[in-house]
Design a protein around this ligand. Structure first.
Ligand code: SF4
Ligand code: FES
Length: 225
């Protein structure tokens, strides 16, 4: 994707940034108790109504990386989580959290180092990120995960995400996949996840992208599969 527009909400001691191209309007921010985000108010986000810790807590709820927080001294208070996880959403995207390195990610979205929503229906116009296209296209997958991977005692560390051209999402690093039911389903260090919507073994790639002639966006990088 291109860098896209970022709106900044400065406060006395911290600044919230919102990347409009990544937001899929899940409303974790708007539904949070308190007045940090109030729909219809100008400005929508007012960091001074809450402590920096409270602002950070709400910013970290954003599952797409659209929101990020910077303290007045320029530091970023969000810490990487100790575990990398992929949540397979019911009829929706892959919600990834952890120490992320998403190749080709826009440089003006620091939240993507921690959180991202990745398209798995194949229809997003903002690949590899979700843009809610699954809603209008009838994408159906409840997030059951049939495989278990390999038991692994190591957790966390860098997780690289590469969107293979016309193929799957290639994840490298310690990662746990959480199925749509909330079950910790799969552990491992390397996995290819379907992003064309056609795999019969979702969330894993089974090569179906070739059968359906899946075409990813021109910015996708990496090897063909
Ligand atoms: S939590 Fe993030 S993705 Fe959801 S509405 Fe707020 S900014 Fe958008
Ligand atoms: S990307 Fe969907 S089957 Fe490979």
């Amino acid at each position: 994707m291109s860098d896209g527009e970022v709106t900044k909400y400065p406060g006395g001691s911290a600044e919230v940034s919102w990347h409009g191209g990544l937001c899929i309007h899940i409303s974790e921010c708007g539904r949070a108790k308190g007045d940090l985000f109030v729909g219809g108010r100008k400005p929508w986000c007012q960091p001074d109504v809450a402590s920096n810790d409270e602002v950070l807590d709400i910013v970290m709820r954003c599952p797409t990386g659209a929101l990020s927080l910077k303290i007045a001294d320029g530091s970023v208070p969000e810490k990487v989580s100790t575990e990398n996880t992929v949540n397979v959403a019911y009829n929706g995207p892959l919600f990834v959290r952890g120490q992320l390195n998403i190749e080709g990610a826009p440089s003006n979205a620091p939240g993507l180092k921690f959180r991202a929503a990745l398209c798995r229906c194949g229809q997003s116009k903002n690949k590899p990120f979700c843009d809610n296209s699954h809603d209008g296209t009838g994408f159906k997958d409840y997030g059951a995960v049939g495989e278990t991977g390999k038991p692994c005692t190591e957790k966390g560390g860098p997780l690289t995400v590469r969107a293979a051209k016309d193929g799957p999402l290639l994840l490298n690093g310690n990662v746990t996949i959480v199925g749509g039911s909330g079950r910790n389903s799969w552990n491992g260090k390397q996995v290819a996840l379907c992003r064309c919507g056609a795999s019969e073994n979702k969330p894993f790639c089974d090569g179906s992208h070739k059968k359906i002639g899946f075409t990813s966006d021109p910015e996708a990088t990496g090897d063909d599969r």
